[in-house]
Design a protein around this ligand. Structure first.
Ligand code: GLN
Length: 487
């Protein structure tokens, strides 16, 4: 049961092969028995999940089911859940129980999905390895000595270990795509503004975007159908109509123009990973796609620009955590200044503090023009590079990451090495484009991902390309050898 896709489980529920209560129970039991190996969940409320499932069974019986009714879904612990702790992986929010649901959570509830639990993540979504969580590191189900990627590493590991059929994540610079690649699952970061950010704890507001993480492109399409859409409570949410992402999945790829950015295939890309990406591109060519080289000449500026803009926005967003209104408060403050300093000193971890320092510096009166404004100008150049490519091609493809998952601890003392992990993913967020990672093979037994980048609001096309690829390959069906119950 736990090795099935969302689409298969929905069919099973409709055909009365099992009930949502049975399905939910089986995932809860797996989490209880196996998650001590991976640490992918930080909040599971069994009673609440089973009561969601009971309600879903009633809806199924009444013939009022959606494609997600009765399906257990895990949510990154960055989404506010009414009455259930939302920690964002931080001591600062260890005691925070939101009074309301994020719009994304509300949409899943409305569809009748079961809230299976809240997944572990890098603190405030800052990281690429899921080692900065206050609740401890997450381990990669393919090899527990390796990181699962981050910051949505809990979601990726939970799906890969078959502890949840699907999950949500957020991606500010790669946090859906990179862990999806490292854990051998499919993940989509939609266009900026496609999915509401209301009730999603803010990291860098002009970059943050929520998206689906699942076993297949079809499942991502089913999830995105529920997640996407305008929300009057989020001023940056788009009013563009939402298509049904499942209806175009099977479209043939004949004539599709795919561009390979030369900058994504040079120095820095692991040779074996590059070979898997080449093989994936040959498969797309075999289906009639035309592959050509393109150029993103400002690629070398994406890491510097991102690591000014993201910390700058983070420093302002995180100013709200001051020990006054909610979250952690230091014991026995003697005055207001002491309350602020000790609360923030004790509540935040090292990486978060590093970002606040960098961001505050970049925004300070004397340096704003030199750093923040300059980074915004570079951001425009990066976006223009993509716009120029999309005059020639329909989709851009390349590796999601420079190589497969690395060892726990390997980069935790070297922030620059960690930041380089996102060299192929960051630009997509700076340009606001949709990007996807699709399992493309194994390197030394570890998964690597093919990244697909599309025009604004062209998620349907990415899902279509990924689905056709998955019709012809079985990388997305491979399971980690030591995951119990995998076929
Ligand atoms: N790894 C990047 C960072 O640490 C991206 C994180 C994300 O996408 N949330 O900022």
């Amino acid at each position: 049961m736990h090795d099935k896709t969302v689409a298969e489980l929905a069919q099973g529920l409709r055909d009365r092969q099992f009930t949502s209560v049975e399905l939910t129970r089986s995932f809860l039991d797996r989490i209880a028995a196996l998650d001590n190996r991976y640490n992918s969940f930080i909040g599971v409320d069994e009673a609440a999940a089973l009561s969601d499932a009971q309600a879903a069974d009633q809806r199924l019986a009444a013939g009022d089911a959606t494609a997600l009714t009765g399906i257990p879904v895990a949510h990154k612990d960055i989404f506010c859940t009414a009455g259930m702790r939302t920690s964002c992986g931080s001591r600062m929010l260890d005691n925070f129980v939101p009074p309301y649901d994020a719009t994304l959570i509300r949409r899943f509830r409305r569809a009748g999905a079961v809230l299976l639990g809240k997944t572990n993540m890098d603190e405030f979504a800052m990281g690429s390895s899921n080692e900065t969580s206050y609740y401890g590191a997450v381990r990669n189900p393919w090899n527990t000595d390796l990181v699962p990627g981050g910051s949505s590493g809990g979601s990726a590991a939970a799906v890969a270990a078959l502890l949840a059929p699907a999950a949500t994540g957020t991606d500010t610079g790669g946090s859906i795509r990179q862990p999806a690649a490292f854990c051998g699952i499919t993940g989509l970061k939609p266009t900026y503004g496609r999915v509401s950010r209301l009730g999603m704890v803010a990291f860098a507001s002009s970059l943050d975007q929520a998206g689906p993480m699942a076993h297949s492109a079809r499942d991502c399409a089913v999830l995105l159908n529920t997640m996407a859409g305008h929300d009057s409570g989020d001023a940056t949410s788009s009013e563009m109509p939402v298509p049904d992402y499942t209806v175009t999945l099977d479209q043939p790829l004949r004539g599709l123009r795919i561009g390979l950015p030369q900058e994504y295939f040079g120095e820095g890309l692991d040779v074996a990973t590059g070979a898997r990406i080449d093989a994936a591109l040959r498969e797309l060519e075999a289906q009639g796609a035309m592959v050509s080289e393109v150029s993103l000449p400002h690629s070398h500026l994406t890491i510097p620009a991102y690591y000014v803009i993201a910390p700058a926005e983070a420093s302002t967003n995180l100013a709200r955590f001051d020990g006054v209104r909610y979250g952690y408060r230091c014991p026995d403050p003697v005055d207001l200044h002491d309350l602020y300093t000790r609360t923030r000193e004790q509540g935040f971890g090292d990486e978060v503090k590093r970002r606040i320092l960098v961001g505050t510096y970049a925004l300070s009166a004397g340096y704003y023009e030199a750093y923040y404004k300059k980074a915004q100008q570079v951001r425009r150049l990066i976006k223009q590079d993509f716009m120029r490519c999309f005059e020639q091609v329909d989709v851009i493809a390349g590796p999601t990451t420079p190589g497969p998952a690395f060892a726990l601890g390997a980069k935790s003392d070297d922030p620059i090495a960690m930041y380089l992990e996102d060299v192929y993913t960051l630009a997509v967020n700076l340009a606001g484009l949709p990007g996807m990672s699709v399992p493309a093979g194994l390197v030394d037994g570890s998964p690597v991902g093919l990244q697909l980048i599309g025009r604004h609001f062209d998620e349907a096309r990415l899902l279509n390309v990924a689905h056709r690829f998955q019709q012809a390959t079985d990388w997305h069906r491979r399971r980690p050898a030591d995951v119990e119950g995998a076929q």
